[in-house]
Ligand binder design. Structure first.
Ligand SMILES: Nc1ncnc2c1ncn2[C@@H]1O[C@H](COP(=O)(O)OP(=O)(O)OP(=O)(O)O)[C@@H](O)[C@H]1O
Ligand SMILES: [Mg+2]
Length: 460
């Protein structure tokens, strides 16, 4: 699949020319090679991209927020002016930002989409989760700097790359909004020379050249039509036009020279993770007890799992298997709730239990303070979804050979025939798809819950 080359424009400093750079670079790249698909989007809430590129009043099928909700990027792009396609900006970004915890979410979404060409991302003037995502996905990061403070801020971008274990290679500074009228005495004759020297001194790499401050360019987004005009059409007489032409060529050649796309690396990493997830699932699947842990009815064959209502795993991971729904319910009522009568399949108590079990889990273990062989009792706990204890009951060890007694012996018994220190965590599973609990994400959550429960049981 042809994955795009991602260019992220980022700086924590506001008003350094990020959006002007991102939008115009898109147009100049397109002008350089008409065949090259150029896609642009912004995590800013100024809607400059939309105002500059939208043709007429046409509205697309969604916006950049929808990309994070799983809508394919190719469905969201809108064909815009100057041959540049764009994903519309979003009003919902602050809500999405709160939920966005993965730094590689955008990279994964883009790696899975056949956009091709170049993707240019305009970011907000801070290192929020969207900016981090855009940096993580980038083959090239252009950091506009216009003065010493904006140059100092670059430190955080470099730190981000270091923290993520990413190469610093994509990062390039670009002096922007340079006022050519300012001259200094001494070796650094103007702001450009001075910023470049500062950057080199700090080990930051710069793109060649700079973007000058031009009153004409500044005027391009203030006009009676309420439009934003690009430099290529309305600022051709300025030096900025030549500077953008030069910049686009530099970026284009940089892209041509790059052997491997960042998104290809991300894709390979995704495949590796998928393989290891599959392997972990298979390993869990293969070590499952084949029968219901309470009644010996086959539940987990090589082909299928079910019909199971609960999954049980010991805290030391030695034993794992499924339980039939009715088997577990009846055991709990009989041994722990002391119900003498039969709890039939249509009994409302049973429904109630099944229902409440969705939001809790159960634990079996040796009752606290009964380490001594003759004293040993069995404790039955119910915990809520957060892992907080809801109820606890201790009973004498069951005597009959099958059922609960068998489960306790296989799951909790040690070599001396006593109950060990481990516990058995029992959790409700979806009856349609019980093996879901063996997937990394769900199983990881269960292990986390087991960890929280273990911490509490230790205190007992
Ligand atoms: N080369 C230039 N010459 C003159 N003015 C410019 C130039 N580039 C940008 N500007 C002006 O500077 C202001 C800030 O530019 P821009 O919006 O691109 O910065 P930004 O970094 O995206 O800002 P923010 O951090 O708020 O998103 C705008 O008014 C813009 O018109
Ligand atoms: Mg901006």
């Amino acid at each position: 699949m042809d994955r795009p080359y991602v260019i992220t424009v980022s700086s924590e400093k506001g008003g350094v020319g990020k959006t002007t750079l991102a939008t115009n670079l898109a147009i100049y790249l397109k002008a350089l090679n008409e065949e090259l698909p150029v896609t642009l989007f912004s995590f800013d809430n100024h809607f400059t991209v939309d105002r500059m590129f939208r043709i007429g009043r046409r509205r697309g099928k969604g916006d950049i927020g929808d990309l994070f909700a799983g809508q394919p990027a190719t469905d969201l792009v809108e064909i815009g002016e100057y041959g540049v396609q764009f994903i519309p900006s979003s009003h919902q970004l602050s809500e999405i930002r709160e939920r966005l915890t993965a730094v590689d979410a955008l990279a994964r979404l883009l790696a899975a989409s056949p956009l091709g060409g170049v993707v240019i991302i305009d970011t907000r003037p801070d290192l929020d989760m969207f900016t981090r995502n855009a940096l993580y996905a980038a083959d090239r990061v252009i950091v506009p700097v216009k003065d010493a403070p904006s140059l100092e801020n670059c430190r955080h971008l470099y730190q981000f790359f270091d923290q993520q274990g990413l190469s610093r290679r994509p990062l390039r500074l670009l002096p922007c909004l340079i006022d050519s009228r300012i001259h200094y005495q001494g070796p650094f004759r103007d702001t450009y020379q001075l910023l470049k020297a500062y950057a080199i001194n700090r080990g930051y790499r710069c793109l060649e050249g700079f973007i000058a401050k031009s009153p004409k360019v500044e005027s391009l987004n203030t006009n009676p039509e309420g439009k934003i005009y690009p430099v290529i059409t309305h600022g051709r007489s300025t030096e900025v036009h030549l500077q953008f032409t030069h910049l686009a060529r530099q970026v284009y050649l940089g892209m041509r020279e790059e052997r491997e796309r960042r998104l290809d690396q991300v894709h390979q990493e995704m495949s590796r993770q998928e393989q290891s997830r599959d392997a972990a699932f298979l390993a869990r699947r293969q070590t499952l007890q084949p029968d219901c842990l309470l009644c010996d009815r086959p539940l987990a064959s090589a082909e299928a799992i079910g019909p199971a209502g609960y999954y049980a795993e010991t805290s030391d991971g030695r034993l794992a298997g499924f339980l039939e729904e009715s088997c577990f319910t009846e055991t709990v009522f009989r041994h722990f709730y002391g119900t003498r009568r039969e709890i039939g399949p249509t009994d409302p108590l049973r429904d109630l239990f099944r229902e409440s079990a969705q939001r809790s889990c159960f634990v079996l273990r040796r009752a606290p303070h009964t380490r001594n062989f003759y004293q040993q009792q069995l404790s039955f706990y119910r915990f809520d979804e957060e892992g907080l204890e809801v109820s606890h009951k201790a009973i004498d060890l069951p005597r009959e050979p099958a059922g609960l007694s068998q489960l306790v012996t296989t799951a909790l018994g040690n070599e001396e025939g006593r109950l060990g220190d481990q516990f058995l965590l029992i959790s409700r599973v979806s009856s349609d798809f019980p093996e879901e609990i063996l997937y990394d994400e769900q199983h990881g959550r269960l292990r986390q819950l087991a960890g929280r429960i273990a911490a509490q049981l230790k205190e007992n």
